[in-house]
Design a protein around this ligand. Structure first.
Ligand code: AQP
Length: 332
């Protein structure tokens, strides 16, 4: 760890197959920012169990996510990568911070309201306290910067509030983190329902592009992407499907939205769909190949993850010690 560098922390739930939303909203930005920070990137498997998981699938998805981080260009020179459950301090700090979080503020979290309305009577308590675990993930490493898609902004605000509250009640133990919301790619939408966010748990698999999709499937999904009954390609509020395709292109190519929209003047929707599919395919194909290479050598992958979790635990333990001292738990 370089003493002069600030710390960046982020993670993805290995709940299902990762989507291009996770890739463009999170991983691609990690890669872009990593050299300027001391980075901690993990698969947040403790979060994943707020929804029911198949045990074998959970382990496979966790390895897949971590192999994808490496395949996408996460460099071990700058980043420590690991599975959240391998660093016990995450759960430990979450208990402490539960005692510094308010029912009222957790009840206002949009993601809880959305997910709990689907769960009905049997809402797991973990879904309610999920943002507290997320706060622990971040504060444990004294993160300065947390790159997230716009859906996670509210959780990050809660993290800041809890950190400020704890520091105020005790002493300045936690760094108060800043969010990094990408200017493009912060909210990739479902291809079939472009007013909804693309999610790993999207109800219709045709609406989400998974990082593991075959090139043929990617082509098919973009061809079927919902646009509208018009024919003019413009980047306007009333055309969420068109906007989404342009956003995807912008997030991958780095071109400006205005420039992309202009290049489609006088062209048909079909052109935009085919081009977007091709751009996504060229981006994902090499990532997929490298992911498979990492997964083929499980021994090496596990070695990387063990080294990652050892390093993370050392840093996390230093924070836990400070927290315990500040609270006044008797020294051992
Ligand atoms: N559609 C999206 N566009 C941009 N960014 C996105 N992220 C997720 N979906 C999009 C970003 O990916 C990171 C990890 O997300 P997560 O798995 O921890 O939680 P999530 O936001 O709940 O992701 P999903 O895909 O929607 O998962 P499920 O279906 O399991 O709930 C975050 O930085 C997030 O912003």
């Amino acid at each position: 760890m370089s003493a002069s560098k600030k710390t960046m922390v982020s993670g993805i739930q290995p709940t299902n197959k990762l989507t291009i939303g996770n890739y463009l909203g999170a991983i691609k930005n990690w890669v872009k920012l990593q050299s300027e920070y001391d980075c901690y990137f993990f698969a947040v498997d403790l979060h994943a169990i707020t929804a029911k998981q198949d045990p074998k699938q959970l382990a496979d998805n966790t390895f897949f996510a971590l192999a994808t981080y490496l395949a996408a260009g996460i460099d071990l020179k700058h980043a420590t990568i690991f599975a959240q459950s391998h660093v016990r301090q995450h759960a430990e700090l979450a208990w402490i911070l539960n005692c510094y979080s308010y029912m009222g503020e957790l009840g206002r979290m949009t993601q809880f309201k959305e997910k709990s309305s689907r769960a009905g009577e049997t809402i797991p308590v973990g879904l309610f306290t999920y943002p507290v675990l997320m706060a622990s993930d971040i504060l444990l490493y004294q993160a300065d910067l947390v790159p997230v898609g716009s859906d996670q902004k509210q959780h990050l605000e809660l993290t800041r509030d809890v950190a400020i509250r704890f520091n105020h009640n005790h002493s300045k133990v936690f760094t108060v983190p800043e969010p990094y919301i990408p200017t493009v790619g912060a909210r990739i939408m479902d291809l079939l329902e472009p007013t909804n966010k693309m999610s790993k748990s999207s109800p219709n698999e045709m609406g989400a592009v998974y990082l593991s999709d075959s090139m043929k499937d990617i082509e098919k999904k973009f061809k079927r992407a919902v646009t509208d009954s018009g024919s003019e390609i413009t980047y306007v509020e009333e055309k969420p499907g068109i906007r989404n395709l342009i956003d995807i292109q912008a997030a991958i190519t780095g071109r400006s939205i205005g420039d992309i929209a202009k290049s489609y003047e006088g062209k048909m929707y079909g052109h935009l769909k085919v081009d977007t599919a091709n751009i996504v395919i060229s981006e994902l194909q090499p990532v997929q190949e490298r992911t498979q290479r990492f997964l083929a050598d499980k021994g090496e992958l596990q070695r990387i993850l063990r080294a990652g979790s050892d390093k993370a635990a050392t840093r996390a333990e230093a924070t836990i010690r400070k927290v315990y001292d500040a609270i006044g738990f008797a020294p051992r």
